[in-house]
Design a protein around this ligand. Structure first.
Ligand SMILES: O=C(CO)COP(=O)(O)O
Length: 251
C-alpha cells in the first residue's frame, strides 16, 4: 500500500564529478520506483550533475534544504521554486544538523513544508530526540511536538503525500542504530500523531522513514517493521555498492 522509500542523504560530502560517477554506477541497477523509491539528497552545488545523470532512470532527486520564500533578498539561500524548475522531487527539511548548527526552528520548518508543497515538491520532514531527551523518558512527547509543529495548517491531502523521517540524534553517524523495536516504537508514535491531527486514512498513507546508522546489514530488519516505510541514510549512501544493497533490500 505504501511504497517503500530509501533516501541517501549525502550531507556535505560529494562534488559534481563524484556525483556523476556515483549515478552512472547505480542508475541501471535500481528497483522500479513503483516498487521501491530510490532517492538521493545532494548539496545544492551537486544537483545539476545529479539531475542530468539521473535522467531517464528510476532515481529521484532531493535537495537537502531550501528556503521558505520563492525569491528575494535572501543571500545564500536556495529557492524552492528554482528547485522545482530544475526537476527536484523531494526536499529534506528539519534535519537535526540544521536544527542544531543553523538554529532552524519548528516554525521555519513548517514554513518550508508549505513552500515545498506550494511548489509541487514533497517534503521529507525530519524529527528526533537527543540522548538527553530519551534518557529523561521524553522521546515520545518530543517527537510528537516536532511533528505537530511541522505539519501546522497542512491539508490532509498534503500530509497523505508527506514523508516523515524519524532520526534519533544519538544514532546519527555514531554507528549506534536504534534497535528495530526502538525505531518502530517512535515511528508508531509519529503515525498516531498524524492520525490524531487528521484521521486514520491520512495516517495510513503518510510514509515514515527511520534514519540513524542504517546499513546494508540492518536495513531488512528495520524495513520489516509495520510502521517503518523507508530509510534516510547518511554514511552508507555514499558508496554505490552499499546504496544499491539498501535500495534492493527486498532481493
Ligand atoms: O542523518 C542521517 C541521515 O539523514 C543518518 O546518518 P548516518 O546514516 O550516517 O547515521
Amino acid at each position: 500500500m505504501r511504497t517503500p522509500i530509501i533516501a541517501g542523504n549525502w550531507k556535505m560530502n560529494m562534488n559534481p564529478e563524484q556525483t556523476a560517477e556515483f549515478v552512472k554506477a547505480v542508475k541501471d541497477k535500481l528497483p522500479k520506483a513503483t516498487e521501491v523509491e530510490s532517492v538521493i539528497a545532494a548539496p545544492a552545488v551537486d544537483l545539476p550533475a545529479l539531475l542530468e545523470n539521473a535522467k531517464g532512470s528510476e532515481l529521484k532527486v532531493a535537495a537537502e534544504n531550501c528556503y521558505f520564500e520563492d525569491e528575494g533578498a535572501f543571500t545564500g539561500e536556495t529557492s524552492p521554486k528554482v528547485l522545482k524548475e530544475m526537476g527536484v522531487d523531494y526536499v529534506i527539511i528539519g534535519h537535526s544538523e540544521r536544527r542544531d548548527y543553523f538554529h532552524e526552528t519548528d516554525e521555519d520548518i513548517n514554513k518550508k513544508a508549505h513552500a515545498i508543497f506550494n511548489n509541487g515538491m514533497t517534503p521529507i520532514v525530519c524529527c528526533g530526540e537527543s540522548l538527553e531527551t530519551r534518557e529523561a523518558g521524553k522521546a515520545e512527547e518530543w517527537v510528537e511536538a516536532q511533528v505537530k509543529a511541522a505539519l501546522k495548517d497542512l491539508t490532509a491531502e498534503q500530509v497523505s503525500n508527506l514523508v516523515i523521517a524519524y532520526e534519533p540524534i544519538w544514532a546519527i553517524g555514531t554507528g549506534k542504530t536504534a534497535t528495530s523495536d526502538q525505531a518502530e516504537e517512535i515511528c508508531a508514535v509519529v503515525r498516531k500523531t498524524v492520525a490524531d491531527l487528521y484521521d486514520q486514512d491520512v495516517a495510513d498513507k503518510v510514509r515514515i522513514q527511520y534514519g540513524g546508522s542504517v546499513k546494508p546489514d540492518n536495513v531488512k530488519e528495520l524495513m520489516a517493521k509495520p510502521n517503518i516505510d523507508g530509510g534516510l541514510v547518511g554514511g552508507a549512501s555514499l558508496v554505490p555498492e552499499s546504496y544499491l544493497e539498501l535500495v534492493n533490500f527486498n532481493d
